[in-house]
Design a protein around this ligand. Sequence first.
Ligand code: FE2
Length: 336
Amino acid sequence: MTDTRDAYPRPIAPDVRPGDPDTAVKEISAEQAAREESLVREAVAAFEGAASPRLRQLVQALARHLHAFVRETRLTTEEWDAAIRFLTRCGHITDERRQEFILLSDVLGVSMQTIAVNNEAYGEATEATVFGPFFVEGSPQVPTGGDIANGAAGEPCWVEGTVTDAEGKPVPRARIEVWEADDDGLYDVQYDDNRTAARAHLYTDDQGHYAFWGVTPTPYAIPHDGPVGDLLAATNRSPMRTSHLHFMVSAEGLHTLVTHIFVRGDAYLDSDAVFGVKESLVKDFARQDAGTPTPDGRQVDGPWSQVRFDIVLAPARRTRDEDVHRIAVHEGHLLT
Ligand SMILES: [Fe+2]
């Protein structure tokens, strides 16, 4: 019996160069096609001895897809070389403060697809979105109503809401990590002075309520002075992200939520560089004139804003291999 897995994805029609109608049709002979397919099978089979079934599945699928890419595009050696140089540049610019590979994954939509696969819709549970490259472990803790800005430039923003489970029960002591860019569009880690600003964590109270002061989100460009920026420029894409505030919410027995909220009316809602925007996460950030009393009585100079974000956490669930298999259906073949 022929094992269709070795040919997955299906061999590309030899006379087609998808997406490139101006290029002369590249025809390959049956002999050439047989050689290429044989190499795919050989490369896939080389990983058959992996002790971990999951590792075997991942590397074999990776080999199949990479071979399919090379064959479909009829990749030239110059293009292969350019790709190696591009990835090498991504490596060289990456350090503990700059993560070019996450950026690359983000602008390809791969981060968002991974989020989608791992956060299947569950009732009214809040939708997830990309993690991004700017989360830092060990953020300071603030009390309910505390200020996460810690000197970050920006218009003050009061953020509050509740955390409940899918049955609507309040979740006390849920840990909420929040982080955001300042008014200049930069995260603290993008400055050279080791500051910690516009990031913190806090816990919900006994009623599952939380509140804090941050800064009103503004649009910012993802770092685009490196290879990923060059890719965006070469493909006529904007590096701008829709204004947003990051959340990561975790609680015992519940699925950890990584998400953002976005500012309704933002100019980049339809062109987010990393495909992160979901309608359910677009919130009203209500502008308040200078002098308007604040919810906690804090004196604020100038205008401020406020937003409500009620969070619903799905039950905890393991990422089971069966789930991944079920999702990874392509042209009728299961990756099992
Ligand atoms: Fe961000």
